[in-house]
Write a protein of this length. Sequence first.
Length: 614
Amino acid sequence: MCGIVGYIGWREAAPLLLKGLKRLEYRGYDSAGIALLNEGLLVMKQKGSVSGLEVATEGLSAEMKAAAVGIGHTRWATHGEPSDINAHPHQNTVGDIAVIHNGIIENYSVLKRELISQGYKFLSDTDSEVLVHLIDRIWKSDPSLDLESATRTALRHVDGAYGICVISSREPDKIIVARKGSPLVIGIGKGEYFIASDAAPIVEHTNKVVYLSDGELAVVKKDGYVVKTIENVEQEKIITELDFSIEKIEKGGFEHFMLKEIFEQPAVMHDVMRGRVRLDEGRICLGGIEDYLDRLKHAKRIVICACGTSWHAALIGEYLIEEFARIPVEVDYASEFRYRNPIVGVDDVVILISQSGETADTLAALRTAKEKGALVMGICNVVGSTIARETLCGMYTHAGPEVGVASTKAFSAQVIMLYMLALALSRGRTLSQDEITLNLRELSRLPEKATRILELDSQIKDIAERFKDARNALYLGRGYNFPVALEGALKLKEISYIHAEGYPAAEMKHGPIALIDKDMPVIFIATRDSTYAKILSNIEEVRSRKGRVIAIANEGDQEVSRLAEHVIYIPQSSGPITPLLTVIPLQLLAYHIARLRGCNVDRPRNLAKSVTVE
């Protein structure tokens, strides 16, 4: 979603803010702006790219070029269309306060009517502008207040989610930051401090950070910071050291972050399993849940909540846990979980999966599960994220920063985590030691097999050339590969804007078969498993209706090559392992089709990397 950066220190703020905003471009945005403080307050903002804003700042006065305090923002529209006026920062009427805001103010219309009745004039259509006028009104009403207390009081009137930065020329030596449901992190330098909505803009300047929790407000000055609750109670914060370097958020010679991250998957697979898959001992070691493993094994039921790609990983997790550990599993869209009054109690385990650890819908599901007494467990990628802090136990995927909006390596990491969890839950209960060892061997071979699939990149690009002008596509799979069909379809529509749907192959005849004609590409996942013969029959059904078949099949499969127009061969593996291999060609196919269509692969329209509003 929207991105926030802030700086206070001894360097020129404008270049730091602009570079920081570029680091946040992967989150998705439609406009950008900065505010600078050097005695006076200057706001520059516009619809469009950070690069366009950078050009506009070339005309800054010498005074503002020297400004060492500032805030910046990239906006992803929620209230009001993308425009110069609706871009952040927003200012009060006299122009001495500026606010940037991530999130949604749910009661903004009530507050706006009240402020208008008191003479305030609104320039934008956003909910965020309410905040700056509310702070202004409260500050003016009591001359004894300072910017901190005026902001704190204003936030007590606000319903909804926010991550905010506030600056004012009346108190030019500080930045006020606060969060509720929208992440903020403070980077600690030497005589300088950095503020951001995630660590990406900070990591090149410092590896020491403090994560704000919900309901906290910080006053940041160049010589220090203080964190308090909204009720004005000072908090002791733990300083966290970031575990990634600037190189990990650079493209490293690849044309796009998405392609880089697809090719990083063999290394990610190795990193996820390192220290956890102990082949010589024939066991899985999951330190983050070790103390709760017995309770997990004896759960009445496991519920997995996630959104988007993580939801597809959760579906594979359902298959894995039920097959290996024989524990009932349900998979819920996190966005629906709390609204249907779910039946969850102390005998249940609720697993929350999120790449960022900040997904608003998943956080809401987490809190609902906690209220109902369930054991809540997290699987996420970002150390120190809200889900990591609020769950009772959990596991980090260690996939490294994922910059491309369309998730690739995070999906693979999540599936491996669920695979390892299923094996850990089965140990001593449902699987023999020989069966566990066999699965561990399969896991240990994954990186090498994934590398072999990536060598097919040029072949997949050739196939993409033939289908780049398609208007629709159908993805079909069965068993473990049905969720992969969903994920393949999602990748294609996310970044190429081709309408695509994923289905269990057997469901094709219950509706989607009506769409098949000579212009319809149908992508089959046709690996050799218990449903192989059925899949071949489904391919015949599509061929008889002149559909164009692309198949993902196991090496040496001549039967599929006889039926399909194009075949992408992958190494043979056991059924539970195949989703981690079959997904890679589908990621590459979506990437090359999008690129050939001239789409912005890393920043597809209307999408955001970390969705922090409901």
